[in-house]
Design a protein around this ligand. Structure first.
Ligand code: AQP
Length: 331
């Protein structure tokens, strides 16, 4: 079977982009029979400032959300990145094969570092750690959004360099792109930007924890345009098309079907339809997550169990890597 590896940062409540674009996709891959390794990317989150106490809470929040969304910790391996030291150890070996020039040219690094006075080195090395996250399990497939494709190319290049020096060791990880557009939900306040956790305007994204009233309120404030009809045209009508995309993801529809259903409604009324569909899709997940969150010991148990399983897999790969590189202990 394919081995799918995916990580999410514990940087606060998930928005519907994270949910549909990452979490639900992983659940569907798991349910289709893929071998899924899903981790809470706590090491990655340290590339931006994290309050230690809040980080611990966020890890448990995210664990509850993943379980509530349908990640099954018996079928899939669910764990925190920091609990498997091999991620960092392999990252170092890969760091020695990566070049500064290549990493400094990646658009995400350029964007994020441009906004900082002091740029942490971790931000530059982020894609190398991502490569290690996948390779340490000999991952074959990675669900990504278009914006992450370049990072996966860094991983492929590192695999090539590694093979060239030390011989074939890893499969080249392939991207799994979403076919339903779930990998690019846009900000509700500014449809020229993607929906983002770090957006300072709380109305720009709908969170998995939002109540039905909040969902409706945020959708009512969503920026559209001056045409009242509901039509799907991502290029010229990004705001309305984004609402249609949300509707489609929430109700498992195609854009044509959603547009047909909206026949005769103006965008204002259509927003109510989208809100209802979203509440229906998210309500049960939100309730399960809240119930699980009240059982921190269970959540920690799940993570401990996942870490043990992940370590077994990572140790096996890492030992063969050490031998290749010439770092195996003398016999
Ligand atoms: N707008 C989006 N539409 C669809 N999918 C999205 N993802 C993020 N934004 C959208 C996907 O969610 C996963 C979360 O990855 P992350 O925890 O590393 O967060 P991120 O990529 O940094 O995105 P955020 O949550 O919006 O945070 P910031 O504010 O830092 O940009 C990934 O699979 C991502 O593709």
């Amino acid at each position: 079977p394919r081995r799918v590896v995916s990580g999410l940062q514990p940087t606060g409540a998930l928005h519907i982009g994270n949910y549909f674009g990452a979490v639900r996709r992983c659940v569907r891959l798991q349910d289709k029979g893929d071998d899924l390794m899903i981790f809470i990317a706590d090491l990655h989150s340290l590339t931006t400032h994290q309050d230690p106490a809040a980080l611990q809470e966020n890890v448990l929040d995210l664990t509850a959300c993943l379980l509530a969304s349908g990640i099954d910790p018996d079928r899939s391996v669910l764990f925190t990145q920091s609990s498997v030291a091999r991620h960092s150890e392999l990252c170092w070996l890969l760091t020695c094969l990566a070049t500064h020039a290549r990493l400094a040219h990646l658009p995400q690094y350029k964007d994020k570092s441009a906004k900082m006075k002091e740029v942490p080195l971790g931000l530059l090395l982020y894609p190398v750690l991502q490569a290690a996250d996948v390779l340490v399990y000999r991952g074959t497939h990675v669900p990504v959004g278009v914006d992450q494709l370049q990072h996966l190319q860094v991983a492929s290049q590192l695999v090539r360099t590694f093979h060239h020096r030390f011989g074939r060791t890893f499969p080249t990880p392939k991207p799994l792109l979403a076919e339903d557009g779930s990998d690019r939900l846009l900000s509700l306040r500014d449809p020229s930007k993607k929906m983002s956790k770090s957006d300072t305007d709380p109305k720009s994204c709908i969170l998995l924890t939002d109540s039905d009233d909040t969902i409706l309120l945020k959708l009512r404030k969503a920026v559209t345009d001056f045409t009242p009809q509901v039509t799907f045209d991502r290029e010229n009508r990004p705001g309305v098309s984004n609402l249609i995309a949300v509707h489609c993801l929430a109700a498992d529809k195609l854009p044509e079907e959603a547009v047909e259903e909206a026949d005769g409604l103006d965008t204002g009324r259509y927003k109510r339809v989208v809100a209802a569909a979203l509440s229906e899709a998210l309500g049960p997940v939100r309730e399960r997550a809240a119930a699980l969150r009240r059982r921190p010991e269970l959540l920690r148990d799940v993570l401990r169990h996942g870490a043990v399983r992940a370590r077994v897999r990572a140790d096996e790969v890492y030992e063969s890597v050490l031998a290749r590189v010439g770092l195996a202990p003398p016999v």
